[in-house]
Design a protein around this ligand. Structure first.
Ligand code: 3SL
Length: 237
């Protein structure tokens, strides 16, 4: 039977990496939520890069630059990392270069997987339904915070495990733990989120609306994937 595992921080990735599994990268606050919102709203492609320098080089080559450091838009970029920035009519059909502290780094570190899927609460069921039809093992890679565990990505990992259990073997203690975290959180995701360190960080930036939106389960029906190891596009289903 296929297996689902959870890597709670990219720093543990070397223990889980293999090129036969589908990786689901999640950064609920806020990178993969923003990517999902943007792709569902008509952005053609997102080029996720690990560093600000790479993003600046792409900006110089003509791409729209997006992303954050310390939660704030990088100086000189066009977009920050609020999902609402990415749901702009003017971005329809455009290609965006994006860098964030943890999310795009986790995508980059997942290179070499059979496929990389972008997950968030916004597209939870779409991702689960897609994974259910595939034949590879699954690894959920939580972007975490600068190499550390975080609550929100683990909550998402648990929600995905719950959707897939019965169809896929839960053969990993981190996946079992994530499921318990989600079951404790699901009655009121926002109340649970308020206990997280990233909630406290973002609260000072006055982006509580972003957090509430990022917790909207199944707001979109789409599966963004990394194509050719470098660009995020919508999977044709
Ligand atoms: O770390 C990341 O990738 C970001 O999503 C962090 S923030 O929510 O924009 O601060």
């Amino acid at each position: 039977m296929r297996k689902i595992s959870v890597c709670v921080t990219p720093n543990l990735l070397p223990l889980y990496k293999n090129d036969n599994q589908i990786v689901v990268v999640v950064d609920v606050l806020r990178a993969t939520s923003s990517i999902t919102a943007g792709m569902a709203s008509g952005i053609a492609k997102i080029l996720p890069v690990a560093t600000v320098e790479e993003c600046i080089a792409l900006q110089a080559a003509g791409y729209i630059a997006a992303g954050e450091r310390d939660g704030k838009m990088v100086e000189g970029f066009t977009l920050g990392n609020s999902p609402f920035d990415y749901m702009d009519e003017k971005l329809k059909g455009q290609t965006i270069a994006m860098t964030t502290t943890n999310g795009t780094l986790a995508i980059h570190l997942s290179e070499g997987a059979k496929e990389i899927v972008i997950g968030s609460f916004l597209n939870l069921s779409s991702v689960a339904n897609y994974l259910a039809t595939q034949d590879a093992d699954i690894l959920v890679v939580c972007a975490g915070w600068k190499g550390k565990f975080n609550l929100e990505d683990t909550m998402f990992a648990g929600a995905l495990v719950e959707k897939l259990q019965g169809k896929i073997d839960v053969d990993c203690d981190a996946a079992v733990s994530a499921l318990y975290v989600y079951q404790a959180a699901q009655v009121d995701l926002m109340m649970f989120m308020e206990k997280s360190s990233h909630y406290r960080r973002l609260k000072h930036l006055d982006v509580i609306d972003d957090i509430a939106f990022c917790l909207s389960v199944d707001h979109f029906d789409c599966v963004p994937v990394v194509q050719n190891g470098k660009e995020i596009v919508l999977k044709e289903l």
